[in-house]
Design a protein around this ligand. Structure first.
Ligand SMILES: Nc1ncnc2c1ncn2[C@@H]1O[C@H](COP(=O)(O)OP(=O)(O)OP(=O)(O)O)[C@@H](O)[C@H]1O
Ligand SMILES: [Zn+2]
Ligand SMILES: [Zn+2]
Length: 808
């Protein structure tokens, strides 16, 4: 007999057998009214019916299938965690970035929701239990179950007890998910009653008196911890007040507020300059027309791009729509956050890696519940479930951190455009130094090109000088500082103006080298040198995290002449303190900003002029807007140029232009000193002139001649394995397959071993496809990927990266 039954298509999470195909499961009667697409479920999978997690993609009813389908075991969520848009986006992303659907789905969720669920066994009936099961519970009512850790024998006995109804199995999502609860205090007496209580108080009950005085003056509820701090009292006093019937204490769900300790000043829209006005008018017109168009806002440093964003956002909010603003992680500075929150207040949600998992979860939930209408965040914020989006902004669009380097290898710019199409709204890409790709599209009319060619109030761009370190380094005792830079710092210290010093790359080549035999201390797992960290007094690998003691004797020749080599921020800080003992110096790098809030506190102190010099890595190159900074020094401009990557010049130019832009932004004139070993390189000469347009023209010529993007599209295919031979074999097989489908106008570079061939004991080989038009390529690559899943050779993996930003 036929019967209407409910079914669900589920994308399952099976690490060893990734697939983009959903599996169909039967929905139990109990779940029929509960289940919906976008919810996570637990399902049995494979021959052993192992329980795995999955996402419901679709629910449908139809006549019962012939064969027997497995049933959904449990619901993890009680309402969808992903909406229709997110599910669609995940599907598109899986196809478009050669990623697994499950990875894409998980990427859309905040980390707290991605954490693995736990299984809990609850004892229902303790009679006649087997010895082993009793021992497992060991007088407790419930116990977590980790299938990996209990013996198969015990597991069968537990499952048997479950069948007999003696034990129940629960699925628990990590408890970080529980909303944060805080205790509040509120007076339950009238003012008069409180006054009376005060009269009856013993003379020595000072704390209770303080408490009553407070309650008499404040009738609103207050958070317990805040009250304790304010009155310098303990929970004991509050307890006693409660017992006397003065107050009641109650729990409330609190929002973990990431900007709790920030001083926010209300800001107002500024009178726009002519160029700003033109930009805002053009953008707002397309917001009104619900036009999914992309703008490139090319504006020199300090030209007021942020004000353009803010006014476009205000326009969107006035239409009761929402706005998404993406900024690179490192420029998501307190300054930027204050500017946006100062303008739009509590309707702003923040989303970046500086937040704790709980804070991120709370912000995500506020967005999902429609309580936030402006989202400011880094790359992953592009997935936040804002509805009714009116504009999407991407500041510093050229930043490579917008591309995720691991699966799913998406570029936030592409996701932003997809969502703009979905919501019929414009995208604004802003930068002083746009990526060549975006700038070329603006030229061709694919993007609408808006320009802010002048700084605000026509302030001049700072004067930049290049210092040839090949000569200078010989002259001084401190090889990191040229005399011109030392002189310029001295002048700033005398005039009480501020200086920003940038050291390119974190812990740049502070490796250990033996001066007698040239031995370099390498990571045992990776083909890369270990980096010296003075704070932990150890040598660390930045790739795999391996850590070991600093050697004092060369392991190769036994010499004591093993020294660190190169320039790290810690070393430069030490030198600076010797050179300028009177200067107040702040250091900002990955090591000093690891602690939560450290980043903010360093910048705040600098902004309050509690320091004269801010020394840091690339972190300080972007977005900072401090009026007293009149000198920017770049200690080593060349490190990026030394890399065998065709984008090296572009990156160097962008970085130098950005960091130069920090100087002289207000009334006082700015000066920039760039120290380099390549003073004649065009990227440096044009950065000196801060001439983006000329750089664009020259670089496009070079790209044209070399056949690089944006003239060609690129795809990188990487094969890796624990065994080097297997990795190599795989890449050559891939090469042969690709050759069959690629046309005459496409090229393959390689196969070659990767520049760092071994990372964490895996070997990596790569090839790069360059093409203009290859209609069959996508399908071919998807087939390769699927096939490699079934590769017999252990641990052989293929990864595909569309438009990679790192070629080495
Ligand atoms: N119309 C305006 N009138 C007066 N001041 C303005 C105006 N627009 C912006 N500003 C101020 O000018 C300064 C520079 O602006 P902003 O930081 O937005 O520039 P930007 O283009 O984003 O710079 P960068 O790319 O270097 O970060 C800021 O202090 C800002 O408050
Ligand atoms: Zn040696
Ligand atoms: Zn390593």
């Amino acid at each position: 007999m036929l019967r209407i039954t409910q079914y669900a298509e589920v994308i399952v999470d099976v690490p060893t057998m990734q697939t983009n195909r959903p599996y169909t499961y039967k929905v139990k009667k109990e779940f029929e009214n509960e289940i919906d697409s976008g919810m996570r479920v637990v399902v049995p999978f494979g021959r052993g019916s192992r329980l795995v997690q999955g996402f419901v993609m679709r629910v449908f009813t139809q006549n019962s299938f012939e064969g027997s389908l497995k049933e959904i075991t449990a619901l993890i969520d009680f309402e969808p965690v992903l909406n229709t848009e997110s599910l669609e986006l995940a599907k598109w992303m899986a196809r478009n970035t050669f990623s697994f659907a499950i990875s894409c789905l998980q990427t859309m969720l905040p980390g707290a929701l991605r954490a693995k669920y736990q299984k809990e066994l609850v004892l229902i009936d303790g009679r006649e239990l087997s010895k082993e099961v009793s021992a497992f519970f060991n007088t407790r009512k419930s116990q977590f179950l980790d299938e990996q850790k209990v013996s198969a024998d015990l597991l069968t006995k537990l499952l048997d007890a479950r069948k007999k109804g003696k034990v129940k199995l629960n699925y628990l999502v990590n408890d970080r998910l529980l909303p944060k609860k805080v205790i509040f205090v509120k007076s339950i007496l009238s003012k008069e009653q409180l006054e009376a209580a005060k009269k009856n108080l013993r003379a020595n009950a000072a704390n209770l008196k303080k408490m009553l005085d407070y309650l008499i003056r404040h009738s609103q509820e207050v958070q317990q911890t805040i009250l304790e701090k304010k009155l310098k009292i303990t929970a004991q006093t509050l307890h006693s007040a409660e017992k006397r019937g003065w107050i009641k204490r109650f729990e409330k769900v609190a929002r973990r507020n990431p900007v709790e300790n920030m001083e926010i000043v209300k800001t107002h829209p500024r009178e726009l300059t002519v160029a700003q006005k033109e930009a805002v008018t053009a953008i707002n017109a397309d917001i009104d027309n619900e036009n999914a168009i992309t703008f490139l806002l090319e504006g020199v440093t300090g030209s007021g791009k942020t004000e353009v964003y803010l006014q476009a956002i205000a326009h969107v909010l006035a239409k009761k729509k929402t706005a998404l603003m993406l900024v690179p992680e490192i420029s998501l500075t307190p300054q930027m956050v204050k500017r946006v929150i100062g303008r739009f207040g509590t309707q702003v949600a923040l989303f970046h890696s500086g937040l704790s998992a709980g804070e991120r979860f709370d912000e995500w939930r506020r967005i999902k519940e429609g309580k936030a209408s402006v989202v400011v965040g880094a790359r992953s914020a592009v997935f936040t479930p804002l509805e009714n989006i009116g504009v999407i902004i991407m500041d510093e669009e050229h930043e490579s951190s917008y591309k995720q380097e691991k699966m799913p290898r998406y570029h936030a710019r592409d996701v932003a455009k997809w969502r703009a199409d979905y919501h019929n709204c414009p995208v604004i890409l802003g930068s002083a130094t746009p990526s060549l790709e975006s700038r070329a599209r603006a030229q061709k009319g694919v993007y609408r090109w808006l320009k802010l060619p002048q700084r605000i109030n026509n302030r001049p761009l700072p004067a930049v000088s290049l210092i040839d370190m090949r000569q200078e380094a010989k002259k001084t005792r401190f090889p990191d500082f040229s005399q011109s830079l030392l002189d310029a710092i001295t002048v700033r210290l005398e005039k009480k103006e501020q200086t920003i010093l940038m050291l390119n790359r974190r812990g740049y080549s502070s490796f250990m080298m033996c001066r007698d035999c040239g031995y370099v201390l390498n990571c045992p797992n990776c083909d890369i040198s270990l980096t010296l960290h003075l704070d932990t007094h150890s040598m660390k690998c930045h790739y795999c995290g391996h850590e070991e003691k600093i050697p004092y004797i060369c392991p190769a020749c036994g010499s004591k002449q093993i020294r660190y080599y190169g320039t790290g921020t810690q070393k430069v800080e030490k030198e600076l303190r010797q050179l300028f003992p009177q200067a107040r110096i702040l250091r900002m790098d990955v090591d000093t900003t690891r602690r939560k809030g450290a980043h903010e506190s360093i910048l705040r102190r600098f902004g309050e002029r509690k320091a004269d010099i801010l020394l840091g890595t690339q972190m300080i190159a972007k977005g900072l807007d401090y009026p007293e900074v009149t000198l920017v020094g770049v200690l080593n401009a060349d490190t990026a140029l030394g890399m065998a990557d065709f984008r090296a010049s572009e990156r160097t130019f962008q970085l130098l232009t950005q960091v130069s832009g920090r100087a002289g932004r207000a009334q006082k004139e700015g000066k920039v000193i760039i120290q380099t070993y390549n003073p004649n390189h065009y990227a440096l000469l044009l950065a000196q002139k801060q001439d983006y347009e000329e750089f664009f023209n020259q670089e496009m010529n070079i790209r044209h001649r070399g056949g690089y993007p944006p003239y060609f599209f690129t795809i990188q295919v990487t094969a890796s394995a624990l065994d080097e031979g297997n990795a190599a074999k795989k890449i050559f097989e891939t090469y042969t397959e690709l050759k069959k489908v690629l046309g005459r106008n496409s090229f393959i570079l390689g196969p070659t071993p990767k520049a760092i061939m071994r990372i964490n004991n895996r070997y990596y080989y790569q090839l790069i496809i360059k093409y203009k038009k290859e209609p069959k390529l996508n399908a071919c690559l998807h087939a390769l990927l699927q096939k490699s899943q079934r590769d017999e050779r252990a641990g052989v993996m293929i990864t595909i990266d569309k438009e990679p930003l790192n070629f080495i």
